[in-house]
Ligand binder design. Sequence first.
Ligand code: TXA
Ligand code: MG
Length: 330
Amino acid sequence: MSLGPTGAGPCILEPTDEAIAEAGTLIGAGRLVAFPTETVYGLGADATSDAAVAGIFAAKDRPQFNPLIVHVPDRAAAEREALFDSRARALADAFWPGPLSLVLARRPDTRLSLLVSAGLETVALRTPDHAVARALLAAAGRPIAAPSANRSGEVSPTTAKHVAQSLGARVDLILDGGPCPVGLESTVIDLSGPHPALLRPGGIVRAAVEEIAGPLALAGEADAAAPKSPGMALRHYAPRAPLRLDAGAARAGEALLAFGPEAPSAGGMVLNLSPEGDLAEAAANFFAMLRALDRPGVAAIAVMPIPEDGLGAAINDRLRRAAEGPVAGG
Ligand code: TXA
Ligand code: MG
């Protein structure tokens, strides 16, 4: 069996033990594997690797870095990455494995990529209820980040064929587990604030969650100052230092977030997203470098121009939002 980018169509395999072992190896090597869950097919990658997670955004043509759901085998594995309180434990014990994702504060010692959280201090976690997804998690031996396995703007795939039609050879392997039984994404509950909030309705109905967690606020409801548009309800990481975009070089007191071979050679406070000008590498480094430059004493972060193609669109989207300053309420 030969796997890998052949330029032809994607490799679709029945989920035999051999195929699952191969899929686990691919995940460990930073590659992309589409797999069935009870909700929809996920586009999976190693959630501990910024580069692997950048590959997800590239394959989906996502113009923005939205935080992704991280899949784990059970609550014990989830508790190694995020801080659980009694509400979170009660919800996990009631609905895992199953279509409920919990947004929780990242543990300070988590191994998870910052890109998987889009730079936030929180992470969404869930344990899927599908034999193939669970076997893949066991074979990979690490948490798997997986948004729905479709290109941005398309509907979520519920069969392996949908995935192949949407992503083609952009995915290294598709595990075919037949149609997804739920067919709708997981319910996303934010437990990172004082009041549990429903961020996305999904496979577990609101009333069932409220029986355990109490009344749920809708996203943005708990905070009158928060923007009303659903897409904007998410709090985004913004640096403390102001950003100066499209900069050629740093001025006195500024740090420089550089890109490409033309960048001033490292010195002072210069970090280069990708000296070779590779946008996937730049995406993988983006949040970590922005944070590293956002230090006390830095008057501003000058940012060199990033091309708008490929993952550049998502990087620029985030830069423009960050340059506007922190979102009200967050
Ligand atoms: O059913 C599902 O959840 C599927 C299957 C593959 O598991 N996965 C999925 O993942 O739908 P994704 O990455 O497309 O869903 C991400 C959604 C975001 O739109 C956002 O609403 C929420 O989860 N989310 C993830 N991380 C978050 C965070 N740190 N803070 C707030 N919301 C978050
Ligand atoms: Mg989706």
